[in-house]
Design a protein around this ligand. Structure first.
Ligand code: SF4
Ligand code: SF4
Ligand code: SF4
Length: 351
């Protein structure tokens, strides 16, 4: 059976802690939304952290912030979390993927399960791997084009205030809690593909990962190898989940690097491989400190933006009580799917 590379323990601990937080948020949101669907008020408050699962809405909110200098009051926590993720993944390349993203943890675990079941995971040949890796960047390009070039500032403001956006968190919950056959089919395909090919979704399809990867190219901290200490044992390259040839790099600049530091954990030579600032012998981070730094940056930025823009949605309990029971009506279809005459702010504002 092929050896399964070891993982940096402090990072794995943080991933599980983040996963637990996500489960708690999901559980509380479920307890909040179910009574509303039955037409009665819930006994638990809505967890603002649920807005972490609205990346497109947060992307639009970021554009709204740039356009107007104002935080979208409907999903302010989503914007704070999104900014925390962006800054964290800029400071330490794509570190959200390897430290906090629940889909990243599931993807890793499925890959490891597949490796145990089949004695290894499939590696597509370069001729197939390279173009497939481009898909996530194409998807990101499409979203960026649609949000930045196809929508005016007024369109963005109207979207964020539309009936759809005001309950988009509930829409998202329904998507996963009451999946269609097509959703189940796609999820089953992704699970099977992730068992066979490590990080199938993250490596080939996730536009969020593509955005963080592009930011990561400009990160000051990068995995840095000291040639003078390297014995060319290849342990780093064998451990790298992104399949980078770490033993050949002096600084890893690939957008596929997630700062997971599994290569560092695998390296047998002291101070040979580490996250480091540019400049040769500039400060290097001990692995656990790298994990702590990633978490501190995320918590600091999210907390600061949250304190500035507030955490709580402007949607009142009375509005939820009115909207959620009727959420399957055409009023709550995606505004981009409506006629231009129907999607203006006048039509979309609270009735
Ligand atoms: S690529 Fe996407 S799904 Fe995968 S870890 Fe990164 S953000 Fe999460
Ligand atoms: S180069 Fe190192 S830090 Fe980057 S993805 Fe590979 S193992 Fe992780
Ligand atoms: S694991 Fe360390 S010593 Fe071995 S090739 Fe990589 S950097 Fe060099």
């Amino acid at each position: 059976m092929a050896e399964i590379p070891k993982v940096l323990r402090s990072r794995r601990l943080l991933q599980w802690a983040a996963f637990l937080v996500v489960l708690l948020i999901g559980g509380q949101f479920t307890l909040w939304v179910l009574p509303y669907l039955e037409g009665r008020p819930p006994s638990v408050p809505r967890p603002p952290g649920v807005e972490a699962f609205l990346p497109i809405n947060s992307f639009l909110a970021l554009r709204h912030l740039i356009n107007t200098g104002r935080v979208d009051p409907v999903h302010p926590a989503g914007l704070a979390i999104f900014l925390g993720i962006l800054v964290m993944s800029f400071a330490l390349p794509r570190s959200f993927c390897s430290h906090l993203c629940p889909a990243g943890l599931l993807s890793e675990l499925l890959g490891r399960t597949g490796a145990r079941l089949f004695g290894g995971t499939l590696r597509l040949p370069k001729a197939a791997d390279l173009p497939l890796r481009g898909i996530k960047f194409l998807l990101l390009g499409f979203f960026a084009w649609a949000i930045w070039f196809q929508m005016s500032a007024a369109d963005v403001a109207a979207f964020l205030d539309s009936p759809y956006a005001r309950v988009v968190d509930v829409k998202m919950w329904l998507f996963f809690a009451r999946p269609s056959n097509l959703t189940l089919l796609v999820l089953a395909f992704l699970v099977l593909a992730s068992l066979a090919i490590r990080d199938f979704w993250c490596r080939y399809l996730c536009p969020y990962g593509a955005l963080l990867g592009i930011l990561g190219i400009f990160s000051p901290w990068k995995i840095t190898r000291r040639e003078s200490k390297c014995t060319q044992c290849l342990a780093c390259t064998q451990a790298c989940p992104a399949r980078l040839k770490v033993h050949q790099e002096t600084r890893v600049t690939s957008p596929e690097c997630t700062a997971c530091q599994d290569c560092v954990a695998a390296c047998p030579e002291k101070e040979c491989l580490a996250l480091a600032l540019p400049g040769g012998r500039a400060p290097i981070l001990r692995p656990a400190l790298g994990v702590l730094l990633a978490l501190a940056i995320y918590a600091g930025v999210t907390g600061l933006v949250g304190l500035t823009g507030g955490w709580k949605t402007s949607v009142t309990p009375a509005e939820y009580q009115k909207r959620i029971p009727e959420i399957q009506s055409p009023l709550y279809t995606h505004p981009m799917g409506l006629n231009p005459a129907e999607k203006g702010p006048e039509k979309n504002r609270r009735e």
